[in-house]
Design a protein around this ligand. Structure first.
Ligand code: ZN
Ligand code: ZN
Length: 307
């Protein structure tokens, strides 16, 4: 199998684009997609700091690596990593070590925060407590984890004074999220976005146009030694069901993930509803209503979160 752009052996066949790419052209293709997405979503100015949410898994490791490559030569943009230790026994510690090692290799400052220190409980403890609550019992751990991680990242990003936080969501993650919200009939949630505000640190998802398997291949080709183990809670999530279904669909109809994302982006362009963020009555963090999701969740299991 030959590269569609040169005569070298191809390492990947992109069924969605009809291209076969050699190692060099594949790496270039991923980096081009990341740059294009960055240009579209944020404007960094001289002196800005860009934070990368680094879990130590393959996606965020690749993200940090690519961003360091893009901004490495620009001394006026500083890259830092924020690592969140959710407190998942037997799983997270390994990734935290991995994150530290990579940050070290790339000479990036890493800031480590834990759910335990910030919210007073590990995710494992929260999941146990939620099991005793009628309303929360059926929610997957990923729901709590997602809400709390978002809150934490925004808070520490603001405290560190970063211009934006980059998260490692890839094309698959994004297509799954869009489908999940469609299926739940919750399009409004996808269209809602906070108006520009000091309280919200802008988010950017540079890997949004890169399929999951290409992120993995990129990491492998670049020699990033990353763990591939799955979070033990993942299989309990609604997302996991969507994921299996979407993978199957993509195999039969290449390009499905891109068309889900593009279709949604076109919809959003005209329909975005910006809301003026209020301050949560309990913790002061910005939110759409009176009490933020994190506080609502934590108060149900009798944890009072007051930063
Ligand atoms: Zn080539
Ligand atoms: Zn709150």
């Amino acid at each position: 199998m030959q590269c569609s752009k040169c005569r070298r052996d191809a390492v990947v066949q992109q069924r969605y684009s009809g291209l076969r790419l050699c190692e060099t052209h594949f790496l270039e293709d991923v980096e081009r997609k990341v740059k294009r997405r960055l240009r579209k979503e944020i404007k960094l100015r001289s002196g800005n700091t860009l934070a990368v949410a680094l879990s130590g898994g393959k996606d965020s490791s690749v993200l940090l690596y690519v961003l360091c490559g893009i901004f490495g030569r620009r001394r006026d943009i500083n890259i830092v990593a924020i690592t969140v230790d959710e407190g998942i026994a037997g799983y997270r510690p390994k990734y935290v070590r991995q994150a530290k090692k990579l940050a070290d290799e790339l000479s990036v400052d890493l800031f480590l925060f834990s759910f335990k220190a910030v919210f007073g409980a590990t995710l494992d403890e929260i999941v146990r407590a939620a099991g005793l609550d009628d309303e929360l019992r059926d929610k997957a751990p990923c729901t709590f984890c997602g809400v709390l991680r978002k809150t934490l990242l925004n808070r520490v990003g603001r405290e560190l004074g970063v211009a934006a936080i980059a998260t490692a969501h890839n094309l698959d993650d994004e297509a799954q999220t869009i489908l999940m919200n469609y299926i739940r009939g919750d399009i409004a949630r996808l269209l809602r976005a906070p108006a520009r505000s000091e309280k919200f640190v802008p988010r950017v998802k540079p890997l949004r146009d890169v399929p999951e398997e290409e992120v993995a291949l990129y990491g492998m080709l670049r020699g990033l030694k990353v763990e591939f183990e799955e979070c033990p809670y993942k299989r309990l999530s609604f997302r996991f069901k969507i994921l299996s279904w979407l993978n199957d669909f993509e195999r039969r109809h290449p390009g499905t993930r891109y068309s889900i994302l593009r279709g949604f982006e076109r919809l959003v362009q005209d329909e975005r509803r910006h809301f003026e963020p209020k301050s949560c009555e309990r913790c002061g963090e910005p939110c759409a209503g009176n009490i933020c999701q994190a506080c609502r969740l934590l108060s149900k299991i009798n944890i009072n979160y007051a930063p």
